[in-house]
Design a protein around this ligand. Sequence first.
Ligand code: 5RP
Length: 217
Amino acid sequence: MNQDAMKQQVAAAALQQIPDDIVLGVGTGSTVNALIKLMCEQRKRLTACVSSSEASSALLRAGGYEVLDLNTAGDLSLYVDGADECDPNRCLIKGGGGALTREKIIAAASKRFICIIDASKQVPVLGTFPLPVEVIPMARSYVARELLKLGGEPMWRENFTTDNGNQILDLGRLQIHDPMALEDTINSIAGVVTVGLFAHRAADQVLVASADGVVEL
Ligand code: 5RP
């Protein structure tokens, strides 16, 4: 089974876990796009959505869903999103699509966070996927120098601006044995908006698609 088919499968499994008539937190990326497509096709009944990116908001609106600002919606009962890597403790690397800051905010404001991935995203130790760090533009070089001191290799994601008007450094060559400590360390560098490590607020539930079907981690 190819990766796209696995994304479809895990999106279908997630859809079954979403109650009707809630305000749903919706993430960003191709796996979430598969979920949005299914929601639209099956006319999933929702009160509204809160989304982590302009791209997801556009798809949701095109499908007839109301997209609320988080300030209006308040806390959410459920957030569904993908990830770039997931370790055995459900800690995640996110932000491959550049939406990490809004994703982290929605995850924090949600009672339950279901992460949907295919088996290629499961790793024993986070860090093979370069860790995204959203930075204020004027701080980019300073933050890159600080990240170098941590032993990683920061790369500027050129020609990319986040929905918040910021830039991204992707930090490669890491083996993240203590995700909570690294999340704290990177978040405390001046100029960092967010690091795409979801350790303090890990996923509550991870649905993993493989050739054998969907299982819960
Ligand atoms: C976007 C994200 C995505 O969840 C992550 O990149 C996974 O994307 P995909 O489902 O396309 O593999 O964090 O910022």
